[in-house]
Design a protein. Structure first.
Length: 125
């Protein structure tokens, strides 16, 4: 198998965002897309199959990332207090990745604990 392809397949596991679109070039395409497209025109069947398998893994990673982003957006939305930020801002930022990220990232555990505390005070038993 071509060594360059082996390097890129290994890189899909360590830097998946470079292949999905989060790390865009100035042309707004994933960093390695054009190079791979050109290579696959001349690739062997074995190389094409290996690349397709890597892309399947990348798509699974991307789906899981989007699912995690959704959960974080929902949890963040539960924590929005009046006057702090607009309702829907978390979901907006999830669908608009160029918007600046928050200064402090929250963990799912801390968000869950805070959300449960807020819900407990809003709906006492």
């Amino acid at each position: 198998m071509n060594q360059g392809l082996e390097i890129l397949i290994a890189r899909t596991k360590t830097h998946p965002e470079e292949f999905i679109g989060h790390e865009l070039t100035t042309n707004n395409v994933p960093k390695w897309l054009l190079m791979i497209q050109n290579f696959t025109r001349y690739a062997t069947d074995e190389e094409k199959e290996a690349w397709q398998e890597a892309m399947t893994d990348l798509n699974k990673w991307h789906e899981n990332k989007r699912r995690d982003d959704f959960t974080q957006a929902v949890m963040k939305e539960l924590l929005v207090r009046e006057g702090e930020e607009e309702i829907g801002a978390a979901l907006y930022s999830m669908s608009h990745p160029k918007q600046p990220r928050p200064k402090q990232l929250l963990t799912i555990a801390s968000i869950t604990n805070d959300a449960l505390a807020i819900l407990a005070t809003a709906h006492p038993k």
